[in-house]
Design a protein around this ligand. Structure first.
Ligand code: NI
Length: 406
């Protein structure tokens, strides 16, 4: 398939040019400057750019959006969210994850890292809808018993890791405050043995004051880690983290909304720590919009230093670094790369002047993209979802709302 006659932004470093591209077998076959008359998918007035990645969420919490506002993190989690989560069935988690992917595709996101339960249903939803995902079963061992969660996570790995080149499975220790030290050590050992990543919440709240070096001794330093939040990470330890296979998932909206503060992203980047963007679950954000996170993150860091988190840095974090954190090849529209891309409609007031379109991606654009492609397949195109029956999904969601909230 050929598509284009539009502006193409090949990666975060380049500037957009007029061109077209050919996609074959899920890959980008060629990228050509100029116009082509007999094009399969004309995209006049559009911009094609590398897709975005959401490195931390709990996708099915899209079902819990708006249930707990204006409360502390403790009240949010223990008072409101956990009691509702006990009522979520596999089918609910499946449709919650479909809904989350509908929203992410509409926001230009092609891949996400998930931590939740009924994760087999999450995998089926990802297989059906068509995004990419790094899936983990949330692991806790309150009172020394994990209720078979680690076994479940390993089953998920055996069943789904590598599926269609789109699904990867890691391990999901929830946090150092909900996992015993022995349990964490075991999880890191299993991650090492299978060479799979670990997704964990780290230093989210000011109360989290555990010893980073202890975590490293338990094995955190020997595996690939996506650490969500790191708002209260001891900054003197950042040089240590920069030497590891360690990716911060920066979730500025969730951190602000739950009153947890602002992560020291400038300091992290200065010390060479890899930072990516996440939304966290839609019950604490309340959206799954990485364009929004980019802009908010940039503004928050500019509060003290206007040169912080410039446009290219934001785009790099959201595209190439996000893909790398999840374990996918991404972040560039080049020959031989996976055909994962996002199309934006430039006929919007916020894209004028077009000369600065790349800057507008971070500081002016808001709203939905025109189309999103994963592995050469449109998962969202001009208001439509080619991979699902949207009417059926909304019908199921209405039934779920009735069951959960009436
Ligand atoms: Ni989270």
């Amino acid at each position: 398939m050929t598509l284009g006659n539009c502006l193409i932004l090949q990666d975060f470093k380049s500037e957009p040019f007029l061109g077209w591209l050919e996609v074959e077998d899920g890959k980008i076959k060629r990228v050509v400057k100029g116009r082509r008359e007999d094009i399969d998918q004309p995209l006049e007035g559009k911009l094609v750019m590398p897709a975005l990645y959401n490195t931390h969420t709990h996708a099915a919490m899209s079902l819990l959006r708006g249930v707990a506002e204006d409360v502390t993190f403790e009240e949010w989690l223990f008072g409101r969210i956990l009691p509702l989560e006990e009522r979520l069935t596999e089918e609910m988690v499946y449709y919650g994850t479909i809904l989350a992917q509908m929203e992410m595709a509409r926001n230009g996101v092609v891949g996400f890292a998930d931590m939740y339960f009924h994760e087999d249903a999450v995998a089926r939803a990802v297989a059906d809808f068509g995004l990419r995902a790094l899936l983990t079963r949330g692991l806790v061992d309150v009172g020394g018993d994990d209720g078979g969660r680690l076994k479940e996570n390993l089953k998920l790995y055996e069943r789904w890791n590598g599926y269609d080149g789109r699904i990867l499975v890691g391990l999901g220790p929830h946090s150092p405050y909900s996992c015993s030290r022995g349990y964490l050590e075991k999880i890191f050992d299993v991650a090492k043995e299978h060479d799979i990543p670990v997704v964990i919440h780290l230093y989210e709240t000011a109360q989290e004051r555990y010893d980073l070096e202890e975590l490293l001794r338990l094995g955190l330093g020997e595996v690939k880690v996506i650490a969500a939040h790191c708002v209260h990470v001891p900054t003197e330890k950042l040089p240590l983290l920069s030497k590891l296979n360690f990716y911060v998932s920066h979730n500025p909206t969730s951190n602000l909304k739950l009153g947890n503060g602002v992560a020291p992203v400038r300091e992290m980047l200065r010390e060479g720590v890899k930072v990516t963007f996440g939304t966290d679950g839609p019950a604490s954000n309340n959206t799954l919009d990485i364009f929004h996170e980019m802009r908010l993150a940039s503004l928050l860091q500019k509060m003290k230093d206007p040169s912080a988190l410039d446009v290219e840095t934001c785009l790099k974090m959201a595209t190439v670094d996000g893909a790398e954190a999840l374990g996918f090849e991404g972040g560039a529209i080049r020959e031989g790369f996976e055909a994962d891309l996002v199309v934006l409609d430039l006929k919007k007031p916020s894209f004028f002047p077009l000369k600065h379109a790349k800057r507008h991606l971070v500081h002016a654009f808001s709203g939905e993209v025109f189309a999103t492609m994963v592995k050469g397949r449109w998962v969202y195109f001009n208001g439509e979802y080619p991979t699902i029956d949207e009417g059926e999904v909304y019908k199921k969601l209405a039934e779920i709302e009735e069951k959960l909230y009436s």
